[in-house]
Write a protein that binds this ligand. Structure first.
Ligand code: F6R
Length: 345
């Protein structure tokens, strides 16, 4: 069943291009929401746990940027006790790969009690969550056996983009031309991930330089921060080492104290408009003796000059800024490969 892969996680990492194609091909077509309902929401709340929560953070970015609708993202285990400020004009989205996570189910019950419209995004057909929500969108990742979620996450991110585009169209915040460009970009993502997967040996080699380290830090801004959080979670789960993610700008507000000689910092700098800012944070890491692993898009002299190792992701056309999905999905894909590499402690 592992088809020659040493473990299911790696097999599922390699299934990402296919899973994304499937998800793009079908997923939001069954949505029952009417254009009037989509226009009528005053806010969206995304609630989820773990990796699904991290995909929700990307969802906030995408929905707010593309459709200008305010989005809160809440950890489901907190949401259910927080007496959330939601009402019948709110859309509450529950994101759950399995569709069975107790806290996420409880959050949805709370949302229904308050009269909200509810939507689940899940990978498992007929899971409990699908019966508890008004609408369902299925990610088409295929069965995920590995405990550490990989293709489930990237397909959730893809659904967030598809939903963001739908909301943008209905709420009139994005020109048809811009949406067409974004759609074309999304169709390229599976190929980009394929390209990243081809760098696997390279990535494993670099991972080999760090496999005895006990602490890892991840930093990024905007979308990169959301991806950094997921990268750190994955590393903890798969390698049993301490890993933490920071918004890059927060480094100077305390965490810098932990960056000492040789401590590895994975710096995500995939968004051109934030590149210089993030590079200035990398410089500070280097000044403290830390070791920087940069993840960027295309050729960036700035990142090259400051980092010890650099991964270049394929570059999306910069016509539409949320095309950062390329950076985001591909960066994650890269981190997913890096994790098992680090496991050989
Ligand atoms: C991490 C991971 C978990 C799940 C979380 C929620 O790799 O898999 O953090 O994301 O337990 O699970 P679902 O999405 O099934 O609700």
């Amino acid at each position: 069943e592992r088809e020659g892969y040493p473990h299911f996680m790696l097999k599922e990492i390699h299934e990402q291009p296919r899973a994304l194609q499937e998800t793009m091909g079908s997923s939001i077509s069954d949505l029952q929401l009417t254009p009037a309902q989509i226009r009528g929401f005053s806010k969206v709340v995304i609630t989820a746990c773990g990796t699904s929560y991290h995909a929700g953070l990307i969802g906030k970015y995408v929905l707010e940027r593309l459709a200008r609708v305010p989005v809160d993202v809440d950890v489901a285990s907190e949401f259910r006790y927080s007496d959330p400020l939601i009402d019948e004009n709110s859309l509450v989205i529950a994101m759950s790969q399995s569709g069975e996570t107790a806290d996420t189910l409880a959050a949805i019950k709370e949302a229904r009690k308050k009269g909200c419209r509810t939507l689940s995004i899940t990978n498992v057909v007929d899971s409990t969550i699908t019966r508890e929500t008004d609408d369902v969108i299925y990610t088409r990742a295929g069965t995920e056996i590995s405990i550490a979620a990989t293709k489930a996450y990237t397909t959730q991110v893809m659904v967030m983009y598809l939903l963001g585009m739908l909301f943008a169209r209905e709420r009139g915040w994005c020109s048809t031309d811009k949406l067409a460009v974004l759609e074309a970009v999304l169709y390229q993502v599976p190929d980009w991930i394929e390209e990243i997967l081809e760098q696997e040996n390279n990535i494993q080699e670099i991972a080999g330089h760090y496999h005895t380290c006990d602490d890892f830090f991840y930093l990024g801004r905007g979308l990169d921060w959301a991806v950094a959080l997921e990268g750190a979670l994955k590393l903890k789960e798969t390698s049993y080492v301490h890993a933490e993610a920071f918004a890059a700008g927060e480094l100077k507000h305390g965490p810098l104290a932990l960056i000492t000689e040789g401590v590895p910092v994975v710096a995500l700098a995939t968004q051109e408009d934030l590149m210089e800012k993030t590079v200035s944070n990398i410089r500070v890491v280097k000044a403290r003796g830390g070791s920087a692993i940069g993840i960027t898009v295309g050729q960036s002299d700035l990142v090259d000059e400051t980092c010890d190792y650099v991964f270049q992701l394929p570059k999306a056309p910069s016509v539409c800024e949320p095309a950062a999905v390329s950076g985001c999905s591909a960066a994650l894909c890269l981190l997913h490969i890096l994790c098992p590499g680090l496991r050989c402690r």
